[in-house]
Design a protein around this ligand. Structure first.
Ligand code: F6R
Length: 242
């Protein structure tokens, strides 16, 4: 893994935006894997700014998001679809039919999982997958104990993850208990991965990522086996890494 150490959240966001913009310019039909959560918001702001100022076009881009809550329709303000629309898609020229998130409202969710992986394969695979990391090492919604061989699948969310995400809901009870997520194997098939990490809360996770064992108990540890991972992390996040 290549580590880019940056000063703070803003620098992390700008460096990540530079990576994505470069990928868009250097690839004929770029396929991006996208994430939600607090971490990539600054990056998406930087992409929007660049689109407006420099005209970078997303006309040829296809996107696949990592995950979605089960039971929330697209238009729910807490759905990841809604997050992506309001934080990115509504402000750039990506075609509507080129954006993909797993659907958490399909009747046959098992089939939705298979279809999602098949669709990623059909587009030729993901050129650049963006990731954040949970304090417990989750990537996507792959909680500790998830098989490294997993494709897109349905998960029961860890209590700690529901608590971490409760800040976006009116109460903890409203946070869905299940989600649909790209699996670890799906993520590892991406040709390139960029992991963004910011803030003190992620210090333990960074220490374990760089200094711990590769184990399903800490899902992100598998990234050590990927040939092309860049971690962009700020000083606070790296506070315990030697
Ligand atoms: C989001 C996702 C999650 C987050 C992780 C960190 O699509 O898949 O794995 O990246 O929970 O979340 P934040 O960025 O809010 O700290």
């Amino acid at each position: 893994m290549k580590l880019i150490e940056v000063k703070d959240y803003d620098e992390m966001s700008q460096r990540a935006a530079d990576c994505i913009i470069e990928k868009i310019h250097s690839t004929k039909k770029p396929v991006l894997g996208l994430a939600t959560g607090g971490t990539p918001k600054g990056l998406y702001e930087a992409l929007i700014h660049d689109h407006e100022q420099n005209g970078t076009s997303y006309g040829n881009v296809t996107s696949f998001n990592l995950d979605e809550y089960i039971g929330l329709p697209k238009e729910d303000p807490n759905s990841y679809y809604h997050y992506m629309e309001s934080n990115l898609f509504n402000h750039i020229d990506i075609p509507e039919e080129a954006v993909h998130l797993p659907s958490g409202t399909k009747e046959d969710l098992e089939e939705e999982c298979k279809d999602y992986d098949a669709m990623i394969e059909k587009t030729g695979g993901i050129d650049l997958q963006l990731l954040g990391i949970g304090e417990n090492g989750h990537i996507g919604f792959n909680e500790p104990g998830t098989s490294f061989a997993s494709g897109t699948h349905i998960v029961d969310l860890a209590q700690s993850t529901r608590e971490a995400n409760a800040r976006y809901f009116d109460s903890l009870e409203e946070v869905p208990k299940r989600a649909i997520t790209m699996g670890i194997a799906t993520i590892m098939k991406s040709r390139e991965i960029v992991l963004l990490v910011s803030g003190k809360a992620k210090q333990e996770a960074m220490k374990r990522l760089f200094e711990g064992d590769i184990t399903e108990d800490f899902p992100a540890s598998i990234l050590n086996q990927h040939p092309h991972v860049t971690v962009i992390a700020d000083e606070e996040a790296l506070g315990l890494v030697h």
